[in-house]
Ligand binder design. Structure first.
Ligand code: BDR
Ligand code: CA
Length: 345
């Protein structure tokens, strides 16, 4: 029996890479996921909730409460990206019908409640737009002071955006929320969030070889290697349900990246952020004050890092480097072992 050493609240817009992040977190027996916030982003918020509940149901973890957030960003109209993540946000995966129900209380209140119950202990992880967390901080401005750590996947500083030329998806969906969350830090009384931007997360590039390794660790058969020459939408026939669903989800992500001239790879932004949340020592960081452009006609949603203190004290630590091979070793080993154990249940 592995002892729980960390308690984590997961806020996501599930999403293919959010799904992999969730499975990674479930694979960590040393981590208690105290709650999940479904935030609108990659897909509408009810679809995010359905995806979270479906993965939890598949993995036999109906004990983890899923709280639904607002259907819209704070100010902007919602944009979703089914072309990136599939019509239901999980690529080609067809998860079992949802039998679980969302928990009472909305996502913002769930953030507040978790931070009060596990004051000083709670690790917060956001891999979607910051809508739910911003709303929680509006309702309770002291929330940041109760967190042990906050890790956010978002932003692009010295890299191109992936939604506009300068804006990263999670910030672009709800720039006002991102601005409010970053403004809530840098006070010296709450630990500054670790921000994992595209600059680094695009280096976490999953390849078909990694999928082969994953199947090997899981002991699943046949060992499948998605290939650019495969018929589009080819379905996995793995004898391991979890591996089959992951391969079906990831195949869509490979095709999306290939279609955008990035190669037959998949950027695992969110699983990387999950790993940083649990093991912040895997990244080197630089302190900076992050501001979010809200009014630019070309630059709305752009994240600006002031690393020289020209606009105020640092309110974040930007992750700038990691050992990518070590990241994949841990990711594939944990998820593969979880899938093998899961199949033998
Ligand atoms: C982020 O955008 C989403 O589509 C992904 O899930 C990830 O959280 C990367 O910009
Ligand atoms: Ca996401």
């Amino acid at each position: 029996m592995v002892a729980v050493t960390q308690r984590l609240f997961f806020d996501c817009d599930t999403g293919i890479d959010d799904s992999v992040a969730l499975i990674y977190l479930l694979a960590r027996a040393d981590v208690e996921i105290v709650g999940i916030a479904s935030t609108a982003g990659n897909v509408p918020v009810d679809v995010v909730t359905a995806n979270n509940l479906a993965w939890l149901g598949l993995c036999g973890r109906g004990d983890i409460p899923v709280h639904q957030g607002s259907p819209t960003p704070l100010v902007a109209d919602l944009m979703t990206t089914e072309d990136t993540h599939g019509p239901l946000g999980i690529g080609y995966a067809e998860l079992p019908a949802v039998t679980l129900a969302a928990a009472p209380g909305d996502a913002a209140d769930a953030w507040i409640e978790a931070s009060r119950r596990y004051e000083g202990e709670l690790v917060g992880l956001v891999t979607g737009p910051l809508t739910s967390l911003a709303e929680a901080i509006r309702r309770d401005a002291t929330l940041p002071t109760r967190l042990r750590r906050l890790v956010v996947m978002g932003g692009a500083f010295h890299a191109h955006g992936n939604t506009t030329p300068v804006a990263e998806w999670n910030v672009a969906v709800d720039p006002e929320a991102a601005a409010e969350v970053f403004e809530a830090f840098g006070t010296g009384v709450a630990p500054d969030p670790i921000v994992c931007p595209l600059d680094l997360t695009e280096a976490i590039a999953l390849t078909p070889d990694h999928v082969v390794r994953l199947a090997g660790v899981a002991g699943s058969h046949p060992v499948e290697c998605p290939d650019p020459a495969d018929e589009r939408g080819l379905r996995s026939v793995s004898d391991n349900d979890l591996i089959r669903d992951l391969v079906d989800a990831l195949r869509f992500y490979f095709e999306f990246h290939a279609d955008h001239d990035e190669g037959y790879i998949a950027h695992l932004h969110d699983p990387f952020a999950a790993m940083v949340a649990l093991s912040p020592d895997i990244v080197a960081t630089v302190p900076a004050r992050i501001g979010v452009e809200l009014t630019g006609t070309l630059t709305r949603g752009m994240t600006v890092a002031d690393e020289r203190g020209m606009t105020g004290p640092a309110n974040a630590r930007i992750a700038v480097a990691t050992d990518v091979d070590a990241v994949f070793d841990d990711l594939l080993d944990r998820i593969g072992t979880f899938a093998r154990t899961w199949a033998a249940r």
